[in-house]
Ligand binder design. Structure first.
Ligand SMILES: C[S@@+](CC[C@H](N)C(=O)[O-])C[C@H]1O[C@@H](n2cnc3c(N)ncnc32)[C@H](O)[C@@H]1O
Length: 277
């Protein structure tokens, strides 16, 4: 039986419960932009396309995230490569990028560090928007860094460098005007880790000890040795961790501490300025 674009999408939407997932998978198979689907709803799909699409829909039905199936996820102005070695960048993290850019004027050659860069999402957005800055991005995962490097190359972003290692270890004796991080921050016993899309993402990118603050604690305390006076630390965290993170920042000697909310008005990014003392 011949299948057209409209019927293929209707069937897949029914199976997946999400029209957007059905569309993303079909444009991936067809290698077309999303807008193409509207103008070509009546086009007949070749049997090989139908077979390939059916296979991808089955993977999504089994729970695999669309971004891992297509190998791509939009972030900021990029269509980033992602693999199972990287977290799938989230829209909430763009809030962290906005807060960082508000503190980095265009003219200065800022030194910025992005800890736990994953696909490179944050580092590449800052480096692209602030071409005079130099961004050093670290991760303990060599596989994630390889993806981040490919993303930098694809977008021709040269003012970023990548270093492998645990948090500040690759940055010994270096100080920065700004340190940004979206570290793991989920409690290790949180049942969500074994449900939905999170099941497919690297546990090392998600879980951070019994209270989810293990990595944030370490970053706050070590950041004091790696920030220039009046430098900024910006960290993404869970919606229920704002108060704890602000307390950690103040106890470590940060001033002008506040938490910014995401699009759903939930605590998402905490910021502090290093007093230098
Ligand atoms: C939540 S993901 C964030 C990825 C990316 N920055 C983003 O926002 O999409 C956390 C990242 O931290 C890295 N990571 C986890 N533990 C680390 C450690 N001890 N040292 C360095 N990187 C670590 C993981 O490999 C992962 O890429």
């Amino acid at each position: 039986m011949m299948t057209n674009v409209r019927d293929a999408l209707t069937d897949a939407t029914h199976r997946l419960g999400e029209r957007v997932d059905a569309e993303m998978l079909l444009i991936h198979v067809l290698a077309k932009p999303r807008s193409w689907l509207i103008a070509h709803a009546d086009d007949t799909l070749a049997p090989a396309v139908v077979d390939a699409y059916t296979a991808l829909v089955a993977r999504r039905e089994a729970g695999e995230p669309v971004a891992y199936i297509t190998g791509r996820r939009g972030f900021w102005m990029f269509d980033l490569e992602v693999t199972p070695a990287t977290l799938i960048p989230r829209p909430e993290t763009e809030r962290l990028v906005e807060l960082a850019l508000e503190r980095l004027s265009n003219e200065t050659a800022w030194r910025v560090a992005d800890l736990g860069t994953g696909s490179g999402a944050i580092a590449l957005a800052i480096a692209h928007e602030r071409p005079r800055a130099h961004v050093v991005a670290t991760d303990m995962s060599a596989d994630a860094l390889a993806v981040a490097q490919r993303n930098a190359t694809r977008y021709n972003i040269a003012n970023v460098s990548f270093l492998k290692g645990e948090w500040f270890i690759p940055l010994q004796h270096q100080r920065f005007d700004m340190i940004v991080s979206n570290p793991p921050y989920i409690e290790s016993a949180d049942p969500h880790l074994t449900q939905g899309d999170l099941r497919f993402e690297p546990l090392s990118a998600l879980a951070a000890g019994h209270d989810g603050l293990e990595d944030i604690r370490r970053i706050v305390s070590d950041a004091t040795h790696h920030l220039a006076a009046h430098g900024w630390l910006l960290m993404e965290h869970g919606w229920n961790q704002g108060e704890a993170v602000r307390m950690l920042l103040r106890s470590a000697g940060f001033v002008d501490v506040f938490t910014a909310t995401d699009m759903e008005q939930r605590d998402r990014v905490s910021v502090g300025c290093w007093s230098g003392s």
